[in-house]
Write a protein that binds this ligand. Structure first.
Ligand code: NAP
Length: 401
C-alpha cells in the first residue's frame, strides 16, 4: 500500500518503502525532461533496493497546462497534495502574464513557507565550463526564500500609495525621497535569518563540510544584511559551539571545528570565481542568493544542469525543482538537457535519506558525460561529443547504473 511520508518528533522524516511523491510535470520542455527524469529515478530506486522500494508518483497540476484544462494556474488540490505528502518535485512553469499570481514558484514557496532555497553547485567531469579549474567548485548555497526585497512589498511610482509612503517617511523619519520614486521594502528578520543559517550550519555538520560563509552586504545595509551576519555569529555561539567556531573566535584556525566566516557579497562573487576551492557552504539573504546561485552555476555548466530545492526543515516540506524555465522554443522536441530536474531529484532523495539512490544517479550522470554522451547544449561546447536526445540521455544514464 503506497503511504505518505510523516514527520517524526525530532523533525526527521519517516519514509516508507513505497512513498507517494507528488510531481508537476511542468510546462514547455517539462513534457520532455520529466519522463526522462522519472525513468532515471525509478531505475535507481529499483537497483538500490533490489525492487523492495518504489516511489508512487502522483501527478498534480499547475501552470499553463492546468490553466488551459481547469482555468486555474495553481489548483488547491495541488497545494493540498504537497502539504499532505510533504515532499514533491516539479518541472518549470510558465509565469502567468498580467494580474493574479506573480509567479507560481514564489506562490508555492510562500504558501508552504519553504524558507530555504538549496542550490548545490558542483562540477561533473567533462562538463564544458568557462573557467580553468572547474573541478575545484563544490559549494552549497542556502538562500533565504521568504524575505528581503523579494517579499513583494512594493509600491509603484506616481501613485497615491507611493505619495503616502513618501510623506509618512518624511514626516516620521525625516527621510527625503524623490516624489517620482517607486518604493520597495526590505524586511530581514532575526527569525527568518536564524532559521536559514541554522539549516546551513546543520547541513555543514551533518555532511562534514569544512566551512560556512555568511554572505551579506552589511557594510552598506547595516540593519538588514549586517544584522543577518550578526545573528549568524550569535547562532554559532548559542547553538553550534561544540561543532562550529566563528573566525573572530579562532583567528582563522578552527582546530577541527567547522569555520564560520563572513564575506561581503560583491567580494563573494570575486572570491568564489577566483578561489572556489576555499568555499564550501554559503548562507545568504534572498536577493544576493539569487544572483550568486546562477553566477556559480555558470562555472559548472549553467542552468541546464543546475538543481534546486525549496525546503522547510521544521515542517518537513520540500519541493525540488529544475532551476531553468520552460524554454518554449524546444518544447516537445526531445532535445533539451534533463540534468537539472534529475539532479533536483538527487537533492530530493538526499532529503528522504535515500543517499545510495542519490549517489547512483550522480555517478551514472558522471559516467555518461565522461563518455561524451550529452544533449545539444553540452555537445555544442564539447569536442568529439555524441549528441543524443533527452530520452536517450536518460537511457544512457540507466545503462551506466
Ligand atoms: P529558460 O526557459 O530557462 O530558457 C532560456 C535558455 O536556457 C534556453 O533558450 C536554452 O538556451 C537554455 N535552457 C533552458 N533549459 C534548458 C535545458 N533543460 N537544457 C538545455 N538548455 C536549456 O528561460 P526563459 O526563456 O527566460 O523563460 C521561459 C519561461 O520559463 C517564462 O515563462 C519564465 O517565466 C519561465 N521560467 C520558469 C522558471 C521555473 O519554473 N522555475 C524559471 C525561469 C523561468 P539556448 O537557447 O542557448 O539553447
Amino acid at each position: 500500500m503506497p503511504t505518505a511520508l510523516t514527520l517524526n518528533d525530532d523533525l526527521t522524516l519517516n519514509v516508507p518503502t513505497d512513498p507517494i511523491i507528488p510531481f508537476i510535470e511542468g510546462d514547455g520542455i517539462g513534457i520532455d525532461i520529466w519522463p526522462a527524469a522519472q525513468a532515471v529515478f525509478d531505475a535507481a530506486v529499483e537497483k538500490c533496493f533490489d525492487g523492495k522500494n518504489k516511489v508512487n508518483w502522483l501527478q498534480v497540476a499547475a501552470g499553463e497546462k492546468s490553466f488551459n484544462d481547469t482555468g486555474e494556474w495553481l489548483p488547491d488540490a495541488t497545494i493540498e497534495a504537497f502539504k499532505k505528502y510533504l515532499v514533491g518535485i516539479k518541472g518549470p512553469l510558465t509565469t502567468p502574464v498580467g494580474g493574479g499570481i506573480r509567479s507560481l514558484n514564489v506562490a508555492i514557496r510562500q504558501i508552504l513557507d519553504l524558507y530555504v532555497c538549496l542550490r548545490p553547485v558542483k562540477y561533473f567531469n567533462g562538463v564544458p565550463s568557462p573557467v580553468n579549474n572547474p573541478q575545484d567548485v563544490d559549494m552549497v548555497i542556502f538562500r533565504e526564500n521568504t524575505e528581503d526585497i523579494y517579499a513583494g512589498l512594493e509600491v509603484e511610482f506616481n501613485t497615491s500609495e507611493s505619495a503616502q509612503l513618501i510623506e509618512y517617511l518624511h514626516d516620521q523619519f525625516g527621510w527625503e525621497i524623490r516624489a517620482d520614486s517607486g518604493i520597495g521594502i526590505k524586511p530581514v528578520s532575526e527569525t527568518g535569518s536564524k532559521r536559514l543559517i541554522r539549516a546551513a550550519l546543520k547541513f555543514a555538520v551533518d555532511r562534514n563540510r569544512r566551512n560556512v560563509s555568511l554572505v551579506h552586504k552589511g557594510n552598506i545595509q547595516k540593519y538588514t544584511e549586517g544584522a543577518f551576519m550578526r545573528w549568524g555569529y550569535d547562532l554559532v555561539r548559542d547553538e553550534f559551539s561544540d561543532t562550529c567556531i566563528s573566525w573572530e573566535d579562532c583567528g582563522g584556525d578552527p582546530g577541527g571545528k567547522i569555520l564560520v566566516q563572513d564575506m561581503i557579497a560583491d567580494n563573494a562573487f570575486q572570491q568564489t570565481l577566483l578561489r572556489p576551492g576555499d568555499y564550501d557552504v554559503l548562507a545568504t539573504c534572498n536577493l544576493n542568493g539569487d544572483y550568486l546561485s546562477d553566477a556559480l552555476a555558470a562555472q559548472v555548466g549553467g542552468i541546464g544542469i543546475a538543481p534546486g530545492g525549496n525546503i522547510n526543515y521544521v515542517t518537513g516540506h520540500g519541493v525540488f525543482e529544475a532551476t531553468h524555465g520552460t524554454a518554449p522554443k524546444y518544447a516537445g522536441q526531445n532535445k533539451v538537457n534533463p540534468g537539472s530536474v534529475i539532479l533536483s531529484g538527487v537533492l530530493m532523495f538526499e532529503h528522504l535519506g535515500w543517499f545510495d539512490v542519490a549517489s547512483m544517479i550522480i555517478s551514472s550522470l558522471e559516467k555518461t558525460i565522461e563518455d561524451k554522451i550529452v544533449t545539444y547544449d553540452f555537445a555544442r561546447a564539447m569536442e568529439g561529443a555524441t549528441e543524443v536526445s533527452t530520452s536517450d540521455f536518460a537511457k544512457a544514464m540507466i545503462d551506466r547504473m
